[in-house]
Design a binder for this molecule. Sequence first.
Ligand code: FE
Length: 285
Amino acid sequence: MASRKIQQIIDALPASDGAGVKLMRSLGSAQHLRVDPFLMLDAFSSDNPDDYLAGFPSHPHRGFETVTYLLEGHMLHEDHLGNRGDLKSGAVQWMTAGRGIIHSEMPQQENGRMRGFQLWINLPAKEKMKPAGYRDIQPAEIPEVALPGGGRVKVIAGVLELDGKETAGPVQGSSTQPLYLDVELPPNGEFVQKIKIENSAYLYPFEGSAAIDARVLRTHQGGVLGPGDSIEVRAGTDGVRFLLLAGRPLLEPIVQHGPFVMNTRAEIEQAIRDYQNGELTKTAA
Ligand code: FE
C-alpha cells in the first residue's frame, strides 16, 4: 500500500474560450500539461455576466468526451442530434463526441453567478469514430456521501470506497474508467480514497487548500499524483473543496487541433475536411 504523492503542480491560467467566456485553464493550458486520459480542465466562476453571457455558440468536436459540471447557474445545451439539455446548478452533461458532434452551450441567465467545470476526456483510437452520445445527469442522480469526520463527497463517475462501502456514480463502464469526485472537507478534515494503481490521478482544489503528504495545493493549483494505490488528503485551516479525477491512461499518440483530438495529423486533416464539407456528423455509408 503506497499513498500517492504530488509529482507535479500545475497552476491554472486565465484563458478565454467560446465567444469570450473567461475561465481558468488547468489541464490543457499547454500541450504537455495533460494527465492521460484527461486533455483539458477548465474552471469558470464569475458574478459578472460580461464574463459568460456570450457562451459557446455552435461548434464541433471529434475524438473525445466533454463533461460539464455546473455548480451554480443555468446553461442550455443543444446539438445536431436534437438533444436539448437544460443544465441547472449541480447537474452534469456527459457528451461523447465520437465521430462528431456540433453543439452550443449557452448561458440562460442574464445575471447572477455562473460557476462550474468543463473536463475533456480522451477516447481510445478504436472509439474515436463511434457515434456521438449524450447524457444529461440531474443533481438527484449524483450520490452524495457524508464523510465520518465532516464534509461530503459527490460521486459523478466511478466508485467511491469509504469504510468498505462502495458508492457508484451515474457514469460507469467507459473504457477510460473515469473517477470524478467533488469533495468538500472542513478545516483540517481528511479524505482517504483507493485509486487503481494503473490509473493516473489529478486533484484540483477550487476553494481553500489541501495537503498531500508534505506538499500543499492552493486554490487553482492542480496536483498530478504519482504512483500508488491510494490518496490521502488533508484540508487546510479554511477547509477545501476539490475535484479528484482518475482514469486509465490510453498511452496513444495525441494530435489536437482546437476541438478535434485524434491520433495522427492525417486524421485531424480529415476532421477539418469533414467539418468543412458538412460530413463531420454523418455516419459512414
Ligand atoms: Fe463544446
